[in-house]
Design a binder for this molecule. Structure first.
Ligand code: BES
Ligand code: ZN
Length: 419
């Protein structure tokens, strides 16, 4: 059976609890088994017809998700890269791993304890680690120099609300006033992820408005323990690049990131796009497209497009000039409507090839962006908002949607590279 004529109809699965529910047509094939375990949780694995699953990219998503969250620089991501290398080799391609290194800040768990009550917070990106035990001093207004001058913050943990001036200014003012730590309280009920964006020699913690605003109101002096546990290290990412032997100048690059955010299994973001690119490569192997294309699984996307930036910055200018298109697939496993964005000539081509496709205003935040900045025409495939975006719940995709995306990607890449 050809890859594209797979009979699998509605196939949805949930990986978190290790059960897979198969839809109509496949149910018939597995003779009554509608719930199948994949054995991440020990003890209850059942086997289903392996061939049936191997014939579809669904098994690629499942394999990637089963490695666990694929944050760059982790073992799960290395395993995912190895899996992809193996799959591309099996499809007849040569595989190279392009490594790149970047600094990465990690919050290992940070909080503030006041009156015996511990409040979980989020260290500001770039904060020092530290566990000062000191007076808690409420700084009025936004924490400008004059606001710190109005209180005695020397040797204290300062607490101030978010807003009006930059996090870095608040922190620098706190250091000038002699504070040993700084807590910034959100102006909204939820938590926030802030970035200092400069060197500050004290620990800085962000608290949600819900748990921190009452502390801003308190006027009596009290002791507090600030615990900011962070690590500033280097991460080595791995772009996984596949092409046929001897293909040194492709006309198209088909790519998608295979890393995920910490704590998210990244089924839709972006095992779905990774599986779509792999499916296109398997199909292309039998066609002229294979001699015109490179297939790239980018790493380091979630930390700031590091993989695609590294790819573009390490490429020769003539290589980039020879590209007629970079097709990026990110979040293509949820929502029926397929959206494309990017360079006008390519979005037009996508709409004439597949009238069901809609265009959306360009969104910078994915791996096509560094290519677009380097003057390469880009096309970004995406299916709209996902309620589980960057959440632990991102463990479900619809294989039918990945398949539909891959078919269109294959057709467009074939057209672009033969023009
Ligand atoms: N898959 C997302 C990008 C995305 C989100 C595209 C929603 C379309 C709709 C990607 O993995 C991501 O999270 N990107 C970051 C930016 C990046 C530079 C860290 C983002 O969009 O916030
Ligand atoms: Zn993504």
């Amino acid at each position: 059976m050809s890859h594209w004529s797979s009979t699998i109809g509605v196939t949805r699965y949930l990986i978190g609890d290790n059960t897979v529910q198969l839809g109509r047509s496949l149910k018939l094939l597995v003779a009554g088994a509608s719930m199948i375990s994949f054995g991440v949780v020990a003890g209850c694995a059942q086997q289903i017809d392996a061939q049936t699953l191997q014939q579809n990219q669904n098994s690629d998503v499942r394999a990637l998700v089963n490695f666990g969250p694929r944050a760059s620089g982790t073992q799960a991501t290395e395993k995912a890269s190895n899996y992809l290398q193996q799959q591309y080799r099996q499809a007849g391609y040569e595989v190279k791993v392009q490594t790149f290194t970047y600094p990465k800040f990690t919050d290992l768990g940070s909080n503030l304890t006041v009156d015996g009550k511990t409040i979980e917070g989020i260290a500001l990106n770039g904060s020092q680690a530290g566990t000062p035990n000191a007076r808690l001093v409420v700084v009025p207004n936004a924490g400008r120099e004059a606001d710190f001058a109005a209180v005695d913050a020397k040797g204290a943990i300062a607490i101030v609300k978010r807003g009006e001036i930059r996090f870095l200014n608040k922190a620098q003012n706190a250091v000038k006033a002699g504070a040993v730590g700084l807590v910034i309280v959100n102006t909204e009920p939820g938590n926030f992820y802030g970035t200092l964006g400069g060197d500050v020699q004290i620990p800085v913690l962000g608290l949600s408005g819900k748990s921190g605003s009452s502390l801003l109101q308190a006027n009596q002096l009290r002791q507090a323990n600030l615990a900011v546990n962070t690590r500033q290290g280097n991460v080595t990412g791995r772009n996984t690049i596949a092409h046929l032997p001897g293909v040194t100048q492709p006309k198209v690059i088909l790519g998608g990131h295979y890393d995920s955010v910490v704590d998210s299994p990244g089924a839709n973001d972006n095992a779905s796009g990774t599986a779509a690119v792999l499916a296109i490569a398997r199909q292309a192997a039998k066609t002229p497209l294979a001699r015109q294309a490179w297939f790239v699984a980018f790493d380091g996307e979630e930390d700031g497009l590091h993989g695609s930036r590294a790819f573009v910055s390490q490429a020769r200018p003539e290589f980039l000039k020879g590209l007629k298109g970079m097709l990026n697939f990110d979040m293509v496993g949820i929502n029926d409507r397929l959206l494309v964005g990017g360079t006008e000539s390519l979005t037009k081509l996508a709409k004439t090839t597949a009238p069901q496709v809609s265009t959306f205003g360009s969104r910078g935040g994915s791996d096509h962006a560094p290519f677009a900045s380097a003057g390469v025409p880009v096309l970004f495939f995406y299916r709209g908002q996902d309620p589980n975006y960057h959440q632990p719940g991102d463990k479900q995709v619809d294989a039918r949607l990945i398949d539909e995306t891959a078919r269109l990607g294959f057709n467009l890449a074939s057209k672009i590279s033969s023009q």
